[in-house]
Design a protein around this ligand. Structure first.
Ligand SMILES: *[C@@H]1O[C@H](CO)[C@@H](O)[C@H](O)[C@H]1NC(C)=O
Ligand SMILES: *[C@@H]1O[C@H](CO)[C@@H](O)[C@H](O)[C@H]1NC(C)=O
Ligand SMILES: *[C@@H]1O[C@H](CO)[C@@H](O)[C@H](O)[C@H]1NC(C)=O
Ligand SMILES: *[C@@H]1O[C@H](CO)[C@@H](O)[C@H](O)[C@H]1NC(C)=O
Length: 918
């Protein structure tokens, strides 16, 4: 939602500045290249943007790109007029001091900021003389993490305008051999499929993405301003069954250890779930859904416990019990009934969880404690340090503590520190429609322990990164880097000692995939070592105190400087031609509570420097057009606002928003209720809707009612209007199949088949997600086909499959898939049941289509006495007064409406909405 807010605010600004926008012919990004080279999971990416000033005037040009949070920027340079301007990495304080003046003018700080879940934005600008060119070049590096059995290389492409010479080149070189590679992400859609080439030969793979200028306007949230989306290269490597993959040079080594041919170890897991008042609404609902799902995934030999807490603790059972059918059913029932109330006593809850695990020692098992919370401790012990120390004492390194921080009200640093002190990690759960999937996804990462007490031993190695790991999970990977003592490869012998179930196991293999190469690879391995060392020192610094903390900080700082990494301890000073402001860029710290807000503020910051005419690549021609249209039209009111103040969120209608409250929609969070008003759309006539919030318009499909039987065996649809005028209605005859929603960027389509009986709605609704997930819904059951697996659901248990979640509550099925959410209502009439879909959360993308994506109707009455004539667009249409039942609510009311042909109402052929196959 934050994103939407930003967008809106941005548009607001644009409206204000529309007249001062530069002519698009003034400047040109004539080339934009992203080149990513991955060697042994270490990715070095270079973004090169070449811009020309086409006019006789000097212009300020902005370079703005997004890079993965996990990465460190290691180089930035500009080439202007044969001159190179290199960024220099300095100590944060030093950089700051040196440039206090610039910083105090507020012109320079914070040039890197967090964006969304995984990205950071880098931004700088330079003034270019008339008819000159500039080349920006940014390099960043990251060690790819293995998660759920794969590595993800995320490349964000957002050049800010269509670019003639646009290229993404990815080259992957893995000595162990690449066993699978896929290209995913918002840019990997059908429309762009022929722009992507993927080649894979044993140890090497190449992915090229060369979209044409036209194609650059066709993708996810792309438009006149060109591309804006991700290309994600997902791959995994072959596994050596024993020691894994060791790369070494004369002086350094990196060891990747990820055995998968081991039996899983039974778990003892205790879930500690925050049910304080702030969890109210969707967060609690998503937590219940995720929890029920996670419980279903427990293996029979797992033991588990479940605690909820606010200012008190509520046990499902006081001790851990076996995950057998009976216990799981009872725990699910308990989960379904969790209600939010009260304050937050994290201390008491975590200590109780630790007590339960400590009281349940079990040979050959792996214990873990999982805390889910969305806020700061507010009752019981509230001093953060005291809590951390209590928790650390109670756990005493016996099992890891994982903390999941839900939303942005958590003190993430507190959670992170508490987890790291107990061998775990903290994860942020973003408040979004897929929060339940994020929760479940995290659980899956730790669901299958294969080893405990893992010790990595390197005789002849020194300056090692972390070598002891309490647990190793299937699908993850342990990475250790270090220096080789006295540069002596001969005496270097790695081995791993660990516990697998009840056995002590040792992995050693003198001829593991060890590579020894010359100086090039030496500097590569050295950088991997430096990257990992800095990352771990930064974590240590968080956990330690006193002189140890200072030492860790100093060491991390010195390595950052030496390897030119922009870390939270260093800054890059961007040098520029004389007379210009100096930019200082800092890396934001993950877990900063302001992250979400900062993102919001970014949109609010003036995009323009009043004095210079800035070429802000963030502005788009499309947006300019909206701005202009706004001046031309006077329909509706202006934003920005997701939900108008003073009006309860749930009364803000979007298209197909039905004002019924159900258990699933108790949330007062306006996040679930974006209307149509800020969704970028593609056709000219819709442009001005961007600037319009209309509170009343709604399209409500309906069917033939007993009092309007003009056309037998047909289904009457209602199309709500912009204002309080009568809705339109039209009939669809026969048992046709209709395209309800098509969302190509998400590869989501929803189709429905109408009943052949009178007064029926839809007999079946089928949802397709990507290529491999198909969900068929009828009034009796929900059938999920995922790949080869088919499952049937009749009860109220939540269903999750891929990125889709569904839950049936009485007469309503709530379905969430990515950014789309809909309710399917089950109506009954004369003993016959049928379905009626209501779009609850409209996708933000501009290219959704289908009946559910229709915009509210706009018409004028041109002749009032019968026959009544309405004017829609430039067409006059005869209409008759009729009535229709509004099936978008559980107890459907009947409305009067203007009846017309489907073509007139839809402003398009009905055929465009009819499909052959469900
Ligand atoms: C990408 O970068 C690598 C390493 O710097 C270089 O060898 C290669 O030529 C570059 N590829 C392109 C297409 O620029
Ligand atoms: C671990 O993951 C691999 C690959 O995904 C799978 O083949 C194997 O069965 C898993 N092992 C266990 C114990 O689940
Ligand atoms: C790692 O574990 C080994 C054996 O369990 C232990 O002897 C050693 O002290 C540990 N090292 C660290 C740094 O904790
Ligand atoms: C080590 O390498 C030799 C020869 O290359 C091979 O025969 C042997 O099977 C390898 N040992 C292991 C444990 O992989």
């Amino acid at each position: 939602m934050e994103r939407a807010v930003v967008q809106i605010t941005l548009f607001g600004l644009l409206l204000a500045s529309a007249t001062t926008l530069p002519n698009k012919d003034d400047w040109d990004i004539y080339s934009f290249h992203i080149n990513s080279t991955v060697t042994s999971r270490y990715a070095t990416t270079v973004i090169t943007s070449r811009v020309a000033n086409r006019v006789d005037d000097s212009k300020e040009v902005e370079f703005q790109v997004r890079i993965p949070k996990n990465a460190f920027i290691s180089k930035f340079r500009m080439f202007i007029d044969g001159q190179v301007y290199d960024g220099v990495v300095k100590g944060k304080e030093k950089a700051q001091q040196q440039y206090t003046e610039a910083v105090s003018r507020g012109e320079t700080a914070g040039l890197v900021s967090s964006v969304g879940r995984t990205l950071e934005e880098f931004k700088t600008s330079v003034t270019m003389a008339a008819l000159k060119k500039v080349t920006f070049e940014l390099t960043y590096e990251e060690l790819l993490r293995r998660r759920l059995g794969k590595y993800d290389l995320q490349i964000h492409a957002r050049p800010m305008q269509p670019v003639k010479d646009f290229k993404v080149d990815v080259y992957i070189n893995e000595k162990a051999g690449i066993n699978s590679i896929k290209v995913k992400g918002g840019l990997s859609t059908k429309a762009l499929a022929n722009a992507i080439t993927k080649t894979h030969v044993d140890k090497q793979a190449w992915v090229y993405f060369y979209p044409t200028e036209d194609q650059q306007k066709m993708c996810d949230s792309c438009g006149e301003q060109g591309m804006n989306g991700d290309l994600v290269v997902v791959y995994d490597v072959n596994r050596n069954p024993s020691l894994g993959d060791i790369k070494k040079s004369d002086r350094y080594f990196v060891h990747h250890f990820a055995p998968s041919n081991l039996a899983s170890i039974p778990k003892n897991v205790v879930f500690v779930i925050d049910q304080s008042g702030s969890m109210h609404g969707r967060k609690m609902q998503q937590t219940r859904i995720a929890l029920i799902h996670i419980l279903s995934d427990l293996a029979e030999d797992d033991h588990f416990g479940l605690i909820t807490f606010d200012s008190s603790i509520f046990h499902w059972k006081r001790e851990l019990v076996q995950a057998n059918m009976e216990n799981l059913e009872s725990a699910k029932k308990f989960s379904r009934e969790i209600v939010e109330r009260g304050s937050t006593d994290i201390n008491k809850a975590v200590l109780e969880g630790a007590r339960m695990l400590n009281a349940h020692p079990r040979e050959g098992s792996a214990s873990m404690l999982i805390l889910l919370t969305d806020g700061d401790p507010t009752s019981g012990v509230t001093n953060l340090e005291v809590i951390q120390s209590n928790v650390r004492g109670a756990i005493a390194d016996k099992f890891p503590l994982y903390c999941l921080g839900f939303g942005f009200d958590v003190n993430f640093e507190f959670l992170e520190k508490m987890s790291l002190q107990s061998n775990g990690v903290a994860r942020r759960i973003y408040e979004d429609s897929d929060a339940d999937l994020q929760l479940k996804g995290f659980y899956e990462e730790v669901a299958t322990p294969l080893l405990t007490d893992v010790t990595m031993i390197y005789n002849g190695g020194t300056n090692l990164t972390q070598t002891n790991f309490s647990q190793y999970y299937n699908g993850s990977e342990i990475v250790v880097a270090g220096q080789i003592t006295d540069n002596n490869i001969e005496t270097f012998t790695p081995q791993v000692v660990a516990i697998s179930s009840n056995r002590r196991v040792r992995f050693s293999d003198t001829n593991a995939t060890v590579e020894s190469n010359g100086p090039v690879s030496d500097s590569h391995i050295q950088r991997v070592w430096a990257y990992l060392t800095v990352k771990q020192l930064l974590e240590k610094e968080l956990v330690l105190s006193g002189p140890e903390k200072e030492n860790a900080k100093k060491e991390a700082f010195e390595l950052s400087l030496k390897y030119s990494f922009v870390t939270p301890l260093t800054s890059m000073v961007v040098t520029k031609p004389q007379g210009e402001n100096t930019d200082v860029l800092h890396k934001p710290k993950e877990g900063e509570a302001t992250e979400g807000r900062r993102q919001y503020q970014m949109g609010r910051q003036p995009m323009f420097n009043q004095n210079t005419q800035r070429i802000t690549s963030g502005l788009t021609r499309k947006q300019r057009k909206w701005g202009k249209n706004k001046h031309k039209t006077n329909t509706g009111q202006s934003y920005p606002m997701p939900a108008p103040p003073g009006i309860p969120a749930r009364s803000v209608p979007g298209v197909f928003y039905s004002p019924v409250d159900t258990g699933l929609r108790r949330s007062h969070d306006p996040v679930t209720l974006p209307g149509v008003f800020y969704s970028p759309v593609d056709t000219a006539d819709r442009d001005f809707q961007i600037g319009t919030v209309d509170y009343d318009s709604r399209i409500l499909p309906s069917i033939v009612s007993p009092i309007a039987t003009d056309v037998p065996l047909s289904h009457r649809f209602l199309l709500k209007t912009e204002n309080l005028s009568l809705p339109l209605c039209f009939d669809v005859t026969g048992d046709v199949r209709l395209k309800l929603l098509h969302h190509p960027n998400r590869e989501l389509s929803v189709n429905g088949e109408l009943d052949s009986v009178e007064n029926g709605g839809f007999r079946r609704i089928v949802i397709h997600l990507k290529n491999d997930l198909h969900v068929e819904i009828d009034p009796k059951e929900i059938t999920v086909r995922e790949g080869q697996t088919l499952t049937r659901h009749v009860g109220p248990d939540p269903i999750t499959a891929g990125s889709l979640a569904a839950i049936r509550q009485d007469k309503e099925i709530d379905v969430a898939a990515g950014d789309t959410r809909m309710i399917i209502i089950i109506h009954e009439q004369n003993g016959e049941e049928f379905l009626w879909p209501v779009l609850r959360q409209r996708p933000l993308d501009n290219n959704v289509s289908g009946i559910l994506a229709l915009k509210p109707a706009v018409y004028e009455e041109v002749q009032q006495s019968p026959p009544t004539r309405l004017k829609i667009k430039d067409q006059e249409i005869d209409v008759t007064r009729a009535s229709a039942v509004d099936y978008s609510t559980v107890s459907p009311p009947t409305h009067h409406c203007w009846l017309m042909s489907a073509e007139s109402a839809l402003q398009s052929h009905l055929d465009d909405f009819i499909i052959l196959q469900l």
